[in-house]
Design a protein around this ligand. Structure first.
Ligand code: C5P
Length: 314
């Protein structure tokens, strides 16, 4: 049997933490110059692409996706349209598309990364969609081109494509790999609410109108290279912490509940997800169990993990 023109694919992309998030002054577009260290962690978004006449997107998963139902301009739609715009006349002919006919694809997104949680879940969806549409339509665009499209979709989307541990400069989209050793074991505490990233940055501007140029500490990079989780815990830092706690004061309760476990914590991105760094997988599972018993949604994960990748052809 001839191979189908449209390939059904399954792509998985990870959520992320920012082990350092140093935020500089605001530029004229309202964006901030960042110096950040991203780490991709083992909490994933899955995107399944199959044939359809137009671009159709649906969301399901372990997080409540009801607010996304019916939305027709999500990052997933936008990512699919950007890939569609890359088609050449030859591609269109091969796919049997008329000159004015838009290509279609059905994209089913299974979400595990919290929505508006500061872990780049939407960015992971977008990165996975870029890869899935490219493969579904058989375009074979270079990774570098997909990374350019990714940067147009959002500052964190290029990182979701590459994953692992990376230094992010500019808006967070100029990436350099960071050497790390071994695995780091995190416990995520996922809040039952989201916060708006622009609102957190806005509050940061009020709190720090004189923010200096951003930088990442040398100690953090050395600790990552040595696989020294105590060193990472001592040097990880997020400049948005005070701003996020101002907008979500309930976070202080989680910190109070966790204080007895003497584990260093970090706000993930613009929050409200909190990440506790433990010594090993056993400690992470133990802390996740304690925090779950105290009524929190706590999940043990590890990093670094790869960026968007094919799981299997369906
Ligand atoms: O690029 P992205 O759409 O993910 O950014 C979301 C929001 O985060 C922006 O509208 C902006 O308020 C804030 N942001 C910023 N500086 C950055 C990245 C994001 O102020 N470098």
């Amino acid at each position: 049997m001839a191979s189908p023109v449209f390939r059904d694919v399954h792509v998985r992309a990870p959520g992320k933490l920012n082990l350092a998030l140093s935020v500089g002054p605001r530029d004229e577009d309202g964006y901030h110059e960042l110096a950040t260290v991203f780490q991709a962690v083992s909490l994933y978004e899955d995107v399944y692409a199959s044939a359809a006449d137009r671009i159709e997107v649906s969301f399901a998963g372990s997080v409540d996706t009801s607010e996304l139902a019916g939305a027709d301009n999500t990052l997933v739609h936008r990512a699919a349209r950007l890939v569609a715009d890359e088609m050449t006349a030859l591609d269109r002919e091969r796919l049997g598309l008329g000159p004015r006919q838009s290509p279609g694809v059905r994209l089913r997104v299974s979400k595990n990364v919290p929505i508006a949680g500061g872990m780049g879940g939407g960015s992971a969806d977008a990165a996975a969609t870029l890869l899935a549409c490219d493969a579904h339509w058989g375009l074979d665009l270079p990774r570098e081109r997909l990374a350019q499209l990714a940067a147009r979709l959002g500052s964190d989307v290029p990182f979701s494509l590459y994953g692992q541990t990376q230094l992010g400069a500019g808006r967070g989209d100029e990436l350099t790999p960071v050497m790390t050793r071994g695995e780091f074991h995190w416990v995520l505490v996922i809040a039952p609410f989201g916060v708006s990233t622009p609102a957190v940055y806005g509050r940061y501007d009020e709190l720090r109108p004189d923010a200096p140029r951003p930088h990442v500490s040398h100690e953090l990079l050395v600790a990552l290279r040595n696989g020294d989780s105590a060193g990472v815990a001592a040097s990880m830092h997020n400049d948005l912490t005070d701003a996020a706690f101002d907008l979500a004061p309930q976070l202080a309760e989680t910190i109070n509940d966790a204080a007895r476990y003497e584990t260093r914590w970090l706000l993930s991105g613009s929050g409200p997800t909190l990440a506790f760094l433990t010594d090993d997988a056993v400690s992470a599972r133990g802390l996740a169990g304690h925090l779950s018993q105290a009524g929190h949604r706590a999940v043990a994960v590890h990093g670094p993990v790869p960026g968007a990748r094919f799981v299997s052809d369906l």
